[in-house]
Design a protein around this ligand. Structure first.
Ligand SMILES: NC(=O)c1ccc[n+]([C@@H]2O[C@H](COP(=O)([O-])OP(=O)(O)OC[C@H]3O[C@@H](n4cnc5c(N)ncnc54)[C@H](OP(=O)(O)O)[C@@H]3O)[C@@H](O)[C@H]2O)c1
Length: 261
């Protein structure tokens, strides 16, 4: 049986590594990014995996792009999606989180929210029905006898999006947008959890990962706490592979620990 996975925000970092991992599992991957012409790593994967990877243009802040991508995926996946990972994210328009209120601007808040929180909800709007038709197979172990896997929707969140865990303040745009994203995960778990074919929806924290997003802060991170994308995605795939319906609507860290909202 063909399995179909979509990685939104696939050009770099964690999203790109998810594509590599899923292709190695023989899934058909729809890899979306803002500028396919400039996505050289994705083009390299296309040379290696041929028709198993489809590179689609999608700026997650543009509803029309999401709608167009959904039409393409529907026509090329028999209308079924087994896994959707919303990976695109940004810290702030400047690349650094606000350290105090004087750095806060409407424009940065709005762009960050648009990418990190509004985008994933609109993805669910256009891909939710396809996910309901999916069988949750993306190269993982078959379900136990008499049971069936559900499709999985992952919102890539961050530990700093936890309201309970916030002891330091700052990073208004990023923290608030990820907290809003976590609320979206919970809402989606309720709406897409209705009916016969349920979709499991979770927020995941990938750890501190060696990517462009975290680069301005690498100096302050002990070497063993700065994960490679390979290590982070291996840990996240273990969680995704073992999700069951009891865990929908929850928020997990890379090590499998449930996080407080
Ligand atoms: N790295 C960490 O330590 C860390 C920690 C916690 C959470 N996270 C989360 O993990 C996710 C992936 O981050 P990363 O570390 O892999 O970051 P990254 O290497 O900076 O990659 C960010 C990705 O998001 C895409 N993107 C940004 N704005 C977009 C938009 N409007 N539409 C479509 N794509 C857009 C970028 O595409 P372009 O190539 O077009 O710019 C790029 O593919 C994010 O949600 C981030 O918040 C990361």
């Amino acid at each position: 049986m063909t399995s179909n996975a979509l990685v939104q925000g696939a050009s770099r970092g964690i999203g790109l590594q998810f594509c590599r991992t899923l292709l190695a599992r023989n899934a058909v991957v729809f890899a979306t990014c803002r500028n396919p012409e400039q996505a050289n790593e994705l083009k390299g994967l296309q040379q290696q995996y041929g028709r198993n990877i489809n590179i689609l243009q999608l700026d997650v802040t543009k509803e029309g792009d999401i709608q167009n991508a959904a039409k393409y995926v529907e026509q090329n996946s028999e209308g079924k999606l087994d896994l959707l990972i919303n990976c695109a994210g940004m810290l702030h328009t400047s690349g650094r989180g606000e350290t105090s209120l004087r750095d806060v601007s409407h424009q940065a808040l709005s762009t960050t929210f648009s990418t990190n929180a509004f985008g994933p909800v609109l993805m669910a709007k256009y891909f939710g029905a396809m996910m309901k038709k999916g069988s949750g197979s993306f190269g993982r172990q078959p379900a136990e006898k008499g049971k069936q896997h559900s499709s999985v929707l992952v919102n890539m969140s961050a530990k700093v999006g936890s309201i309970t865990d916030n002891a330091l303040g700052g990073w208004y745009s990023y923290r608030m947008s990820k907290a809003a994203l976590n609320m979206a995960t919970k809402n989606l778990s309720i709406e897409l959890g209705r009916g016969r074919n349920k979709v499991i929806c979770v927020s995941l924290h990938p750890g501190t990962v060696d990517t462009d997003l975290s680069r301005p802060y690498h100096k302050g991170v002990p070497k063993d706490k700065l994960f490679s994308t390979e290590y982070s995605v291996d840990c996240l795939m273990k969680i995704i592979d073992n999700l069951d319906s009891q865990q929908t609507g929850k928020y997990f860290s890379w090590d499998g620990q449930e996080m407080p909202f």
